[in-house]
Design a protein around this ligand. Structure first.
Ligand SMILES: Nc1ncnc2c1ncn2[C@@H]1O[C@H](COP(=O)(O)OP(=O)(O)OP(=O)(O)O)[C@@H](O)[C@H]1O
Length: 130
């Protein structure tokens, strides 16, 4: 490999390593992120048990990714706000509350998606017609 390409590949690899470290920071410091990850694992187990379709897996993967992504961005914003505004400030409050709203909205969307996918199957399984 030529040196320039070699350096670029190394820097891409380093960025990937930083992102992995970020996942570690997120999971180590945020109980909510651990809770969301646990919920995602339970939903995956439920999906496997109920035998959901490929399209339903695709939808679930997207909403799980969205919630975890919102959680990561929320945590990043919290960290930056704590860095630049350790004292009380109206804008710091707005920034944190809006970031938290992002997690709430993503979670509500995921809850609705899970409801549409799982409720009919669970009802059919536990309350079969006739
Ligand atoms: N510097 C600040 N200035 C004004 N209000 C703040 C400030 N820091 C936090 N707050 C308010 O307190 C709330 C809680 O902030 P905190 O940093 O404890 O995050 P959190 O809600 O506990 O998030 P998590 O539980 O995910 O860590 C914020 O949503 C915001 O309304």
């Amino acid at each position: 490999m030529r040196p320039l390409l070699h350096n670029r590949a190394r820097s891409r690899l380093a960025s990937f390593g930083h992102a992995w470290r970020g996942i570690g920071v997120l999971l180590a410091g945020q109980a909510n992120a651990r809770l969301h990850l646990l919920a995602a694992l339970l939903v995956v187990a439920l999906g496997a048990w109920l035998g959901i379709s490929a399209l339903e897996w695709a939808l679930l993967s997207a909403v799980i990714g969205l919630v975890l992504c919102a959680e990561a961005l929320n945590t990043g914003i919290e960290i930056v706000v704590d860095l630049v505004s350790p004292d009380w400030h109206r804008l710091a409050r707005d920034a944190k509350d809006v970031a938290a709203a992002g997690v709430l909205l993503a979670s509500l969307g995921a809850l609705a998606t899970g409801g549409w996918i799982f409720l009919p199957r669970l009802l059919a399984r536990f309350m079969p017609a006739g």
